[in-house]
Design a binder for this molecule. Structure first.
Ligand SMILES: Nc1ncnc2c1ncn2[C@@H]1O[C@H](COP(=O)(O)OP(=O)(O)OP(=O)(O)O)[C@@H](O)[C@H]1O
Ligand SMILES: [Mg+2]
Length: 432
């Protein structure tokens, strides 16, 4: 058998199925010079060869055969995924339109009457082999394209993930920059207070030294006493007496501020769990104002209208974070100069804290999106869009809620509702 065609390429394999050996021999001899030829004298053998290697590239199938006719063979071939795509040409003595139609409807690619002109048969075989090759190439291309689409899809997902990651990093970076700023501020004024105190102490000690010197040279003359008095006035001792405690108190405040911020950061990162305690919200509001007061004081006037509210069971430092976010948002909504009102009140079951401003207000279409993480209308570097989503989480864990009321151009009011008596489940959930 000649397994190679004229171009030297691997020749196609043709399976010849016919129960008459004379047909097999004539056709077989003719085709052998063009293709690799397999022969079968019955349907069962034909099916066996169709499944074995080398797989036929095309089958020439007789219709009338004793044990299994050609129609049954083709039906079985089409049922099997591995043989379904092998083109089948019927070669039959049954030359009627009905037979031809039946053969084609069962999936044959062609129907040739016997006896046939061998060169016509060869031309048809070639055509169908070319078609099959084209189909095979198309199939290969398709699977290649499918794999490619899958690969690109995975690549896109990867890039998307990296983008999200870097957005998150950028947000954390901005948060860190804000916190660094918050910490730098008190460190700045504690430092400057220490310098002032350093100067004050020098003055105090110089007066003290003069006192000691005067006492050592006793008796104390009137002149020495008046010189001492003069030095005391010159060094403004009575002013220092008032200012030193103020400087110390202010510095303590500053350090408490740093400590609170660090504590806040620890809470944020869940380094340790600060426990539930009976907290005074007014105290929390005041200490929060202390932390951000510097930022507000240039363009906002804060008015406090504290009502008579009970202490509530809460995690105070977390609520301070909420107040801080709301106050900073209020301040950022005020472009030039404006007011921030803080009101508190309660009913039987809950206390509320209102933080309102007469700033820009919120567009109605944004009202529903405020609490989404990363939703911000602020320019890059100014807002991460996390403030309200973090605040809402904290308030929800306290069993409370945040209400918003806003009008574009007139200002906004955020009301935080917190239950007076905490459900045990809230506390436990929060600790988890
Ligand atoms: N008092 C307010 N007045 C006007 N708009 C507000 C006010 N509070 C919140 N917003 C709007 O809600 C958006 C989301 O607020 P949120 O505090 O979650 O994020 P942010 O302030 O943009 O960024 P940050 O993470 O720094 O807080 C803001 O960008 C702003 O558009
Ligand atoms: Mg904010």
């Amino acid at each position: 058998m000649n397994a190679f065609d004229q171009s030297g390429e691997h020749a196609a394999t043709i399976l010849l199925v016919d129960d008459e050996s004379i047909n097999l021999s004539v056709l077989g001899q003719f085709l052998t010079s063009h293709y690799r030829v397999l022969v079968a004298t019955g349907g069962q053998r034909a099916l066996q060869l169709a499944h074995a290697a080398p797989r036929p590239d095309l089958i020439l199938l007789d219709v009338m055969m004793p044990d299994m006719d050609g129609y049954q063979v083709i039906t079985r071939l089409k049922d099997e995924p591995s043989t379904r795509d092998i083109p089948v040409i019927f070669v039959s003595v049954l030359s009627s339109d009905r037979e031809e139609e039946r053969g084609l409807s069962l999936g044959a690619v062609d129907y040739i009457y016997k006896p046939c002109h061998l060169s016509i048969l060869l031309a048809r075989i070639r055509t169908h082999l070319e078609l099959k090759n084209a189909r095979d190439r198309l199939k290969d291309h398709n699977s290649f394209l499918e794999a490619e689409v899958k690969r690109r899809h995975q690549e896109i997902q990867q890039v998307h993930l990296q983008l999200l990651q870097s957005e998150k990093l950028a947000a954390i970076g901005q948060l860190a920059a804000g916190i660094a700023h918050e910490i730098n501020n008190p460190i700045g004024f504690v430092n400057s207070n220490l310098n002032t105190l350093d100067g004050y102490l020098r003055d105090v000690f110089s007066v003290l030294d003069a006192c000691c010197a005067t006492l050592a040279a006793s008796p104390v003359t009137i002149e020495a006493a008046s010189q001492l008095q003069e030095l005391k006035q010159q060094k403004q001792l009575s002013y220092l007496r008032n200012d030193i405690p103020e400087l110390i108190a202010e510095s303590r405040d500053g350090l408490t501020r740093v400590r609170d911020i660090v504590q806040g950061l620890k809470d944020f990162a869940h380094i340790d769990s600060d426990d539930w305690e009976l907290g005074d919200l007014h105290k929390g509001l005041d200490s929060t104002l202390n932390i951000i007061g510097n930022e507000l004081k240039y363009h906002c006037t804060v008015h406090k209208y504290y009502g008579d509210i009970p202490q509530i069971y809460c995690r105070p430092s977390q609520l301070n974070q909420v107040f801080m976010n709301l106050l900073v948002n209020a301040a950022q909504a005020i472009e030039t100069k404006g007011d921030i009102d803080i009101r508190t009140g309660c009913d039987d079951r809950a206390v509320w804290v209102d933080i309102s401003d007469n700033g820009n207000g919120i567009a109605p279409e944004n009202l529903t999106r405020l609490f989404e993480p990363f939703f911000t209308t602020k320019p890059v570097g100014k807002g991460t869009g996390l403030g309200l989503s973090i605040s809402q989480n904290i308030v929800r864990k306290h069993g409370g809620r945040i209400e918003v009321d806003s009008e574009l151009g007139r200002g906004s009011r955020f009301r935080v509702w917190l239950p007076i008596h905490q459900e045990l489940s809230n506390r436990e959930e929060c600790r988890a």
